[in-house]
Design a protein around this ligand. Sequence first.
Ligand SMILES: Nc1ncnc2c1ncn2[C@@H]1O[C@H](COP(=O)(O)OP(=O)(O)OP(=O)(O)O)[C@@H](O)[C@H]1O
Length: 352
Amino acid sequence: MRLRGVGRRYGLGGPWVLRGVDLEVPPGSLTRVQGRNGSGKSTLLRLLAGIDAPSAGRITGRPATAYVPERFPAELPFSALGYLTHLGRIHGLSRAAAARGAGEWLERFGADGHAGTPLAELSKGTSQKIAVAQALLAAPGLLVLDEAWTGLDQAARGVLDTAVAERVADGGAVVFVDHDPRRLAGAPDRVLRVTETRLEPVDADAHGEPGEAGYPRPSGGAPDPAAGAPGREAVVPGAAGPSVAQDGPGAGPLVRVEAEGRPGAGPPGELSGAVVREYGPAPAPAHGGGGGDDGPAGRGRGVRLTVEVGVADSDGLLRTLLTADPPWHIRAVTAIDDNDPQEPARGAKEKA
Ligand SMILES: Nc1ncnc2c1ncn2[C@@H]1O[C@H](COP(=O)(O)OP(=O)(O)OP(=O)(O)O)[C@@H](O)[C@H]1O
């Protein structure tokens, strides 16, 4: 598949999110895409997946494509097995092959016990397994994964790792975005960074390094007026306890997760190994609202939660937030570069 001079902007006269992107996606290739929050990674992946059209340029030579979106629409009136069979049919499989493939993927993901469960009644984790299974089941020529590992348990993440390797070995192309710099570390044939509307190759030596330009802190965020809110920089109650306050979330690379909850939501009580950096009223929308991106905060002013956690625990943290009732809306996930002078000294801050 080939992208030539591809650009995307939203709305009439809106700013270009991507511009002049030339890209070839060869068969049998594994490509990682990274970039700052809001740089345009999901926009690029939607274009690659063919569910969005470029505002400029051309995309040619698309193979059969499957896509795991950042958010899976789980409210459809199907059972898990019925949905996967239906999707298999849409991907061109015969009824028998679709049903067989659906059953096999449910089993591989350890979700066969939920074959008859309506989608709307599935847990977030099982729902994510279905989101991934629907993309894998027709063995697509191009597989596009937008944070597809998030919300999966450890065993299912391993199944997905293996499935990606199988796809590539089988001549399929896989393009993925993931917040964890260690995801499929060493496996991608190339790493691309979306920056300032462009797509540029990342130095192979920088693959997956925390703090590398693919994982900077959120860009341009105005200081939060709620900086002094109660609970800021507190240790999560009932979770990691005093050892976190003394030692921080452990040695090694850290990930910062920013989430937004319903008005009045308290922090979930099971954020093991995590340090809460900020907890208070969400800032007012920068553009006066109307963007249709209210998240679980709904129309009211929600609660903003910023948590730091070791990379190894970040999947668990995300799962906890996403499966909370009501779930938190994940605003940003960024790795933290301890060598960055703009980062406040750790240790000292934890003890403040
Ligand atoms: N449907 C849309 N309508 C209007 N603007 C959009 C739409 N989708 C994305 N944008 C804007 O395009 C820019 C890039 O968004 P995109 O979601 O592609 O970035 P991203 O790198 O995937 O971000 P994140 O890491 O936070 O998921 C952002 O400024 C975003 O607000």
